[in-house]
Design a protein around this ligand. Structure first.
Ligand SMILES: Cc1ncc(COP(=O)(O)O)c(C=O)c1O
Ligand SMILES: N[C@@H](CCCC[NH3+])C(=O)O
Length: 415
């Protein structure tokens, strides 16, 4: 579903012109479409209808409270990786018992808080984490519901920085060792084994790696059953890719149907942790051209958004589509779109054929996932505003960061 479309030569988010958003809230600004986020969540949930399931949106992809609130109202679950994300979900109205807690480095405080609010499950990523969780749960005299995140050693075929299911990655418990760790978990008095979890990587564009991982998980479930360790749910993580350029990721319905087919006859519920799929194409980064700099070798459009606002191109050489908000007639030039930051890697796109003038607005597309959340204050730049569009309305769900806010924690100057 695409909710960013041109009307009479001007790019809109649902029923609101991006030019009007720029005028009202300034640039750079992230703009999200509520309708897109809802449709993507529903696509997952509808494909799972008729069987017990939880669609736990991966908060790391976009943790804006407005986004979380839209999903909480639909009854979504949430996948979190820190107590910060936990508090965000609670603040946005999410249900604690629909939260799964992932991550390789949960602190004791993280564990205590999650046990206190009663999360659905801890996705435990190592034997040492399991022992720590037992201790913390015992101190609180509660039982911690646990799923072990196993590493099935499957090549997700994605960028090496976002591939997580290979033996050499830091994530999860080697599937060869998982049986032994489950046996230990089953002995621990304050641990309740409820599931098996895996997440093999992000931006997957084929089904095979997901299904290979699932087959390996099912073998494990059978081995555990033989030891009387009963698994109630399978968590297959997130990772379903989206189209940034010309990728053809599988349809979610096709993916879920293939999973359901393999689970036929088994008494297992399903958990998924989609992040990018829910939000990536539901957001753009709206930016304005500051200068056009033509050199002997290159044409640069220097824009007011930079790598601190959107790091994906610099970090993963990610290709992001860039569209003029109000395209002009004329002769296109081959532009590199670069930000004001003092780094050669500060670009959002390279070699784009555009007709531009100073002051023009551009929309960096597919920026709803891993955009604002990965932004920083490098070069003492305040972070962008975030706006949610809902039909004809635009809401500033996070205002632009001010300089005062940037200095706020630094009041003590040395004597
Ligand atoms: C454990 C876990 N679950 C879910 C996700 C969400 O992944 P994606 O945004 O690719 O759906 C991630 C990030 O890759 C993750 O590490
Ligand atoms: N940040 C990555 C995805 C990482 C997934 C986190 N487990 C991206 O922008 O593509």
């Amino acid at each position: 579903m695409n909710t960013f479309e041109y009307r009479d030569g001007s790019l809109f988010a649902e029923g609101v012109a991006l030019s009007a958003i720029a005028q009202r809230f300034g640039t750079p600004t992230y703009v999200y479409s509520r309708a897109h986020i809802e449709a993507q969540y529903r696509a997952y949930a509808d494909a799972l209808a008729g069987m017990p399931h939880l669609v736990c949106y991966a908060v790391k992809a976009n943790s804006n409270l407005g986004v979380l609130n839209v999903l909480a109202r639909l009854g979504a679950g949430f996948d979190i990786v820190s107590s910060g994300e936990l508090e965000r979900v609670l603040a946005a109205g999410g249900e604690p018992n629909r939260i799964v807690f992932s991550g390789v480095g949960k602190s004791r405080d993280d564990m205590r808080r999650a046990l206190e609010v009663g999360v659905h499950c801890f996705n435990v990523e190592s034997g040492v984490e399991l022992e720590r969780l037992q201790k913390v749960a015992a101190e609180m005299d509660v039982k911690a519901p646990v799923s072990l995140r196993v590493n099935p050693d499957v090549d997700a075929g994605t960028h090496p920085y976002i591939s997580t299911g290979l033996k050499e990655n830091k994530f999860g418990i080697d599937i060869e060792q998982a049986e032994a760790v489950y046996a230990r978990a089953a002995e621990l008095p304050n641990i309740e084994v409820i599931g098996v979890d895996c997440h093999i990587g992000s931006q997957l564009t084929t089904l095979e790696p997901f299904l290979d991982a699932l087959d390996r998980l099912l073998l494990l479930v059978d081995k555990l059953a033989a030891r009387s360790i009963v698994i109630k749910h399978l968590d297959l993580g997130g990772g379903l890719g989206v189209q940034y350029r010309d990728e053809q990721p599988p349809q979610v319905g096709e993916y879920i149907a293939a999973v359901r087919k393999r689970l036929a006859g088994r008494d297992l519920s399903l958990v998924f942790e989609p992040g990018r799929f829910i939000v990536a194409n539901g957001g753009v980064l709206l930016t304005q051209v500051e200068y056009l700099k033509h050199t002997e070798h290159k044409d640069f459009a220097i824009i007011d958004a930079a790598m601190n606002d959107l790091i994906r191109p610099a970090l993963y050489q990610a290709w992001m589509e860039v569209s003029a908000v109000q395209p002009r007639e004329g002769e296109a030039r081959n532009y590199d779109l670069v930000g004001p930051i003092c780094e050669t890697g500060d670009f959002l796109a390279k070699d784009r054929q555009l007709v531009l003038e100073e002051g023009d607005l551009l929309a960096v597309r597919s920026a709803g996932a891993y955009g604002f959340v990965m932004s920083s204050n490098y070069n003492t730049r305040g972070r962008a505003a975030e706006v949610m569009v809902d039909g004809e309305q635009a809401y500033e769900v996070r205002r632009r960061e001010t300089l005062d806010e940037l200095f706020a924690g630094e009041s003590r100057l040395p004597e």
